[in-house]
Design a protein. Structure first.
Length: 273
């Protein structure tokens, strides 16, 4: 299986498509893994080299530094180092939730690397109420709040089984470590996860924001506010969609993302430098 040494990590990733094609890196959200992009990998790989890593502590990627390293600035640094290790000097990036949030830092820190970006279900801050609510959960309370209660027979919900299974390569109870560190993350200072809002205007890459009109985690109005903080951004609001446009409405998401990439991410022929 493909692993790369990335700083202190043994980082898992997969690739698909022509290795000579332009690269797009797909970045999953908190609690997910690279496999979450199964709706996108095949169609995107017809045109691009697709790289899907598991972020720190997620899926098959370890996290030797524990909860102190669970923040979006660190995620961004990990992704940038992975690209450097794989010889990727320029790429498009596509993220969902945390996979979008980390790209705020990535785009500012590495304008040389980020050619274009798709941010799905992202935000540029967390309100205090959301910090208190999520930061006050227990591990078992988080499992129930995010994945539903066990059934009448005591069996866990299908959503919970999928979540726990995605991280079982690191142990049957690794989901507890991940959930606990997710809870701790909500007490991070703002600048551990986000750039200052006034700095976002300096992002050079073209950005496509995709947001569900029924997102209860990050309201769609926040995506519109983020659009106005960026110098070169488009917003697509997907109908009847919650916090996961790539998974909930993949046909719409893929069509919109591919159209954006065709317009903003083209590899020049060898004689055009």
């Amino acid at each position: 299986m493909p692993y790369e040494t990335v700083g202190d990590l043994r980082m898992y990733y997969q690739t698909a498509g022509d290795s000579a094609a332009p690269t797009i890196v797909l970045l999953h959200g908190s609690g997910g893994c690279g496999d979450d992009w199964w709706h996108q990998i095949e169609p995107f790989s017809e045109h691009y080299r697709v790289v899907t890593p598991d972020l720190r502590e997620h899926g098959r990627t370890n996290n030797p530094r524990g909860s102190a390293a669970i923040n979006h600035r660190q995620y961004a640094a990990d992704v940038a180092t992975l690209c450097d290790r794989l010889g990727i000097s320029r790429a498009a990036f596509c993220g969902e939730s945390s996979g979008s949030i980390l790209q705020l830092t990535l785009a500012l820190a590495r304008p040389d690397l980020v050619a274009a970006a798709v941010w799905s279900a992202g935000t540029y801050f967390w309100p205090d109420e959301q910090r208190r609510s999520n930061g006050g959960l227990t591990v078992d309370g988080l499992a129930q709040a995010f994945f539903g209660s066990p059934g009448p027979d005591g069996q866990p919900s299908a959503a919970f089984v999928q979540f726990a299974s995605a991280h079982a390569a690191q142990g049957d109870d690794h989901w507890r470590t991940l959930a606990g560190d997710f809870i701790t993350m909500w007490s991070n200072p703002h600048d551990a996860d986000f750039p200052a809002p006034e700095d976002l205007i300096a992002i050079e890459a073209p950005i496509l924001l995709v947001h569900g009109d029924r997102d209860q985690t990050i309201p769609v109005e926040r995506a519109d506010s983020l659009r106005h903080l960026l110098s070169n951004a488009e917003l697509c609001v997907t109908p009847n969609t919650g916090h996961d446009p790539p998974g909930e409405c993949p046909d719409i998401f893929n069509a919109v993302a591919m159209d954006f990439l065709r317009r903003h991410y083209r590899r020049l022929p060898p004689d055009e430098t």
